[in-house]
Design a protein around this ligand. Structure first.
Ligand SMILES: C[S@@+](CC[C@H](N)C(=O)[O-])C[C@H]1O[C@@H](n2cnc3c(N)ncnc32)[C@H](O)[C@@H]1O
Ligand code: SF4
Ligand code: SF4
Length: 324
């Protein structure tokens, strides 16, 4: 019999155990005193990944307003905020021409000890690397490491050589400086076999510079993805993540994070609302203060309606990133 069939009952039992235990975990339904704030400084991205909603996104492409950005960060800092990143829902932060200026602004507040973002790294060579390593503390790199062709097929752009040389440059610089800067490599799903990817010379070189361990990342690479609330048709080789049960159980994200979109809208979650217009929008940095929104009635009502009346926000109903 297929070993996956034999393992299924054990895996299911382990999942049920975790699912039940998590419900009773202390603080599971208590908001943190201050949120972890993601700021999408731009929603511009040049790539067109096979599983991304970038090509169907209709909202205006642009950058966050400088004044609104600074006012929001300053106010957040003065009111107890300690955690910021530049993660986007759609976009690539390295395409923000004012990224370094914004990072400098954030890092003047000593309470923000870390700063980073998820990126393809295709445009790192446009920034000053020394300053980049001073201002930021981490990046998570979305990439494939098995040649130009499979990169182009996945990312929809012929930018493999830039992404790869920037990744090498970054890993070497971090190594030479013995810097604590953290680089995470996230290998994207392609139809090639694990063996094919792991034997590619680029994979071998990067794995060495990375200090090893990337084989596990290839084996576990996200064959399971989300289809952006049905807006994106995933290729056959990428399966959708399971839709975990969520009745009367608000997503954990609603208790610890907030998102500021590049258009100024503030959302209870950065995850799926690629148009920045859904029912998790709770305010706007042009008119509201982050901490008022965090403690405010709108967010309380979203959590309470879900927890007590099982009124799940539309955005969350079919979201496969739901955190139980
Ligand atoms: C939306 S991107 C934005 C940052 C940057 N453009 C990048 O791709 O690294 C953030 C992360 O979401 C991932 N992503 C995009 N579409 C996805 C999907 N349908 N399912 C799972 N992850 C997805 C990307 O691969 C990336 O790691
Ligand atoms: S996943 Fe990232 S790089 Fe790919 S199209 Fe979407 S925003 Fe751009
Ligand atoms: S279910 Fe999805 S969209 Fe809703 S809060 Fe969780 S991660 Fe965000």
């Amino acid at each position: 019999m297929d070993s996956r069939v034999l393992h299924f009952p054990a895996k299911l039992a382990a999942f049920v155990g975790r699912y039940v235990a998590r419900y009773f975990e202390k603080g599971r339904f208590t908001p943190t005193p201050t949120p972890y704030l993601s700021i999408e400084t731009t929603n511009i991205c040049n790539s067109d990944c096979v599983f991304c909603a970038n090509s169907v996104m209709k909202r205006k492409k642009g950058y966050i307003d400088d004044g609104d950005f600074e006012a929001a960060v300053e106010d957040f800092a003065k009111n107890g905020g300690t955690k910021i990143d530049f993660n986007v829902t759609i976009g690539d932060p390295l395409l923000d021409k004012r990224l370094m200026q914004r990072a400098r602004y954030v890092r003047q507040f000593p309470q923000f000890k870390t700063l980073g973002f998820v990126t393809t790294l295709q445009w790192l060579h446009k920034k000053d690397l020394d300053e980049f390593l001073e201002l930021f503390t981490w990046v998570s790199v979305s990439i494939t490491l098995s040649g130009r062709d499979s990169y182009r097929k996945f990312f929809g752009v012929d930018k493999y050589n830039d992404a790869l040389s920037n990744l090498k440059m970054l890993l070497k610089a971090v190594h030479e400086r013995k810097s604590s800067f953290e680089v995470v490599i996230s290998i994207k799903p392609t139809p090639e076999s694990v063996q094919e990817i792991c034997s590619h010379p680029d994979f071998i070189e990067i794995n060495e510079l990375y200090g090893g361990g990337l084989e596990a990342e290839v084996r576990e690479r996200a064959f399971y993805a989300d289809d952006w609330l049905g807006a994106v048709k995933l290729p056959d080789y990428i399966k959708r993540r399971p839709l975990y049960p969520r009745a009367f159980r608000p997503c954990s994200i609603l208790y610890g994070k907030l998102m500021v979109f590049s258009n100024g809208k503030v959302s209870a979650c950065s995850c799926r609302d690629f148009e920045a217009s859904g029912d998790l929008i709770i305010g706007d940095i042009r008119t509201d203060k982050i901490m008022d929104l965090w403690r405010g009635d709108r967010l309380k009502a979203i959590r309470k309606d879900w927890r007590l009346r099982n009124k799940v926000p539309d955005t969350c109903r079919s979201c496969r990133h739901y955190v139980y």
